[in-house]
Design a protein around this ligand. Structure first.
Ligand SMILES: *Cc1c(COP(=O)(O)O)cnc(C)c1O
Length: 397
């Protein structure tokens, strides 16, 4: 018999290295990569029993695959969720979580400060299918209360949000949402599963882009949806099985190996991010620097209540608007200009002209994004080199 993990609760670092591992009959050390689309049956009876659900056997990698299953089990154990399903991208995860649950005539309430494509699903895609989308300012409980006074099928929110690192009082919003009959879906990418546990704070479903911190080294795309076994089996899985947003086993394998160092990478990135936020806040060129665990963050107390650390992103406003922001980005020598985040390489984005260009000036103003706003994803380089690079670029701005 292969060894199995003990039944007693294991800590996150152990789960990240060993959770979900399912050795094949070759007893390999590392998780095996089953790069196969299909599976064979010993005989026709086994095929029949598998399709009838009376025998356990992999059928086809659109529905399930041994490598993918290892990652699903590792993520479920880490999150404290009953079940997990993977998708090809983070957006496929958000899309599957929402569309599997919703039908024409339903109503969705979402925080305004969402990842651009999540915003598009609520504002543009859902109305095409007769599903109403209502946006609220995520930090304003009175707006949530007003919007959730009507029956609602689903609430979608992101905390901390992209790019302004705004927080949502998740326990309070979840209570209002449940009274309205809604499923609460939280996009937990910015916090990572290490810093915030949405299911313990009242959420029903958590979604991730595994592309970000979980891979963490900028190689593959992936997404995950986590929730109760009943919802995943009865609502999500039929949708994924029949619409096919499935992850490649290769990408799942890369993410499995990425997770083995998540608990080392994320705290190191948080330490650097906190130091950088303090450095930026003290510079005359910077109007304000936002970091959830900095005392200057307007929702600092809420951040401390929801999260165990401040995260790996810092967002700041340069006083000189777009010209200063572009001069600053172009002067960086270590930090890259990229719209990605959660990578071992530090990256800056100018949201007004990239990730948040399409939403328009009016919506950007509502979110607090100015032409001088820069989002910095802090990586794993030496923080002293990052601060020197940022300092020299501020001089140039
Ligand atoms: C990146 C991201 C997504 C989308 O993930 P992809 O893997 O790029 O599809 C969704 N939400 C947030 C907060 C993200 O940062």
């Amino acid at each position: 018999m292969p060894k199995t993990l003990p039944k007693r609760p294991l800590r996150p670092a152990t789960l990240l290295v060993r959770g979900g591992t399912n050795r094949s009959n070759h007893d390999e050390t590392a998780e095996a990569l089953f790069l196969t689309s299909g599976f064979v049956y010993d005989n026709a009876e086994q095929a029949e029993a598998t399709f009838a659900g009376t025998a356990q056997h992999f059928q086809y990698s659109r529905f399930g695959n041994p490598t993918t299953a290892m990652l699903e089990q590792r993520l479920a154990a880490l999150e404290g969720a009953e079940a997990c399903r993977l998708t090809a991208t983070g957006m496929a995860a958000v899309h599957a979580a929402m569309l599997s649950h919703l039908k024409a005539g339903d109503r969705v309430v979402a925080s305004r400060a969402l990842f651009g494509s999540c915003h598009w699903i609520v504002s543009t895609l859902l109305p095409r299918y007769g599903i109403e989308g209502v946006f609220v300012d995520g930090g304003d409980l009175a707006q949530w209360e007003a919007a959730l006074a009507k029956p609602t099928a689903l609430v979608l929110l992101e905390t901390p949000s992209n790019p302004m690192l705004e927080l949502v009082d998740l326990p309070a919003v979840a209570a209002l949402a449940h009274r309205a009959g809604a499923l609460v879906v939280v996009d937990n990418v910015f916090a990572t599963p290490l810093l915030q546990k949405p299911l313990q704070l009242g959420a029903d479903v958590v979604v991730y882009s595994c592309t970000k911190h979980m891979d963490g080294q900028g190689r593959v795309l992936g997404g995950a949806v986590l929730g109760s076994k009943k919802w995943v089996d009865e609502v999500l899985q039929p949708f994924i099985r029949n619409t096919g947003p499935s992850i490649s086993p290769f990408n799942a394998w890369v993410i499995l190996k990425g997770l083995e160092t998540l608990h080392l990478r994320v705290p190191a990135m948080c330490r650097s991010a906190a130091a950088i936020a303090e450095f930026l806040g003290g510079r005359k060129e910077v109007a304000r620097a936002l970091y959830p665990f900095a005392e200057s963050h307007p929702q600092h107390a809420l951040a401390k209540r929801l999260m165990t650390d401040g995260g790996t992103l810092v967002t700041f406003d340069l006083k000189g608007g777009k010209e200063a922001a572009f001069r600053f980005c172009n002067a960086l020598q270590v930090i890259d200009i990229s719209n990605n985040l959660g990578d071992s390489k530090s990256m800056v984005t100018h949201p007004a002209t990239t990730t948040h260009m399409r939403i328009g000036a009016e919506e950007r103003a509502k979110l607090g994004i100015t032409d001088g706003t820069i989002r910095l994803s802090v990586g794993l380089e030496d923080v002293a080199d990052l601060i020197e690079d940022l300092g020299a670029a501020l001089d140039a701005a």
